[in-house]
Structure formats: C-alpha cells, structure tokens
Design a protein around this ligand. Structure first.
Ligand code: ZN
Length: 159
C-alpha cells in the first residue's frame, strides 16, 4: 500500500458536480474509462487556494485545449501532481513554489467546460512521471478515494 496522500481542504463550501469515474461514454474518446478527476463548484467568487505545497510545473494561461486555463503543481515530498483546471485565470508562474493555502486563481469556464467549475486531478509520480499510467485514467486516481485524506485547513492561514 502506498502512503496516504494528504490534501488540505481549502475548498470550503464546494459542491461536487461530477465524481471520479463517472460518465464512461463521454470520456471514451479521450482514451479514459471515465471522468479522470472530480468536478466541483465553489461558492462566492470562486477563489482557488492551494490544497498542497508544491512547485508549478505547468502554467497554462490560454483557453486553448480541453483543460482551458490550468495549473499543475508537483509536491516533491508526497510524490504527487495535482491539476486545477478550467480557471478564469491563474496567478502561478512556472517553477515557482506555492504553499498550502496560497491563492492560485479563480474558478472559471475555460476549455471543455459547460459552466464554471473546478476540475481537480491527482496522480502519484516518480521523477515527475505518472505511476500506473495504464490504469484507465492515464495514472489519475480518485481524489476522494481511499488513497487520499483531506485534512482541515492550516490554522492561521485564514483559508
Ligand atoms: Zn472534470
């Protein structure tokens, strides 16, 4: 058994709109067994904070592509990568480190998206390469599954 992944619950008030693995027929064309992440809607103006401490390894600032404006963070300690997609904008820069609770951007509707939401994806990596790439989800695992523990916000960060 791999180590449990710890994510901080910085998404207060989030409402889940699509779980991991749902809608296989919609994701078949992408070579996936189903939805490869979780979708949720944030309350208010949709501020997105970082659920991990990690280095920005992808800073995608254009609306082109299925994920629209997105950011991918690499947590070296936990050996995971985490994506936050369809953002209205992201404040991240390539190779910069972002601590848990940092404001990363805002929820949006960019890319292949049918309304404002956050698409969060997670995978384990070794040397930046996804583990279990052949798991039917290109290595992505369920962020609400047994491998992941969501822990309360960090005291004092205000998020
Ligand atoms: Zn999604």
């Amino acid at each position: 058994m791999e180590k449990i992944i710890m994510l901080h619950n910085v998404f207060t008030g989030a409402r889940l709109t699509q779980a991991f693995g749902e809608n296989p027929s919609m994701y078949k064309k992408y070579g996936l067994r189903g939805h490869e992440g979780i979708d949720f809607v944030l309350p208010g103006d949709g501020m997105i904070f970082s659920p991990i401490s990690g280095v920005c390894v992808v800073d995608h600032d254009t609306i082109r592509g299925d994920y629209g404006i997105f950011v991918c963070l690499h947590d070296v300690q936990q050996q995971i990568m985490l994506w936050l997609c369809h953002m209205r904008y992201n404040l991240c820069d390539q190779d910069q480190r972002y601590m848990t609770g940092r404001h990363l951007g805002k929820m949006g509707n960019t890319g292949h998206s049918l309304g404002k939401h956050v698409h969060l994806m997670l995978c384990r990596v070794r040397d930046m390469k996804r583990l279990d790439y052949d798991n039917g989800y290109k290595g992505m695992i369920d962020p609400l599954g047994p491998d992941v523990q969501w822990v309360p916000n960090i005291p004092g960060t205000g998020v």
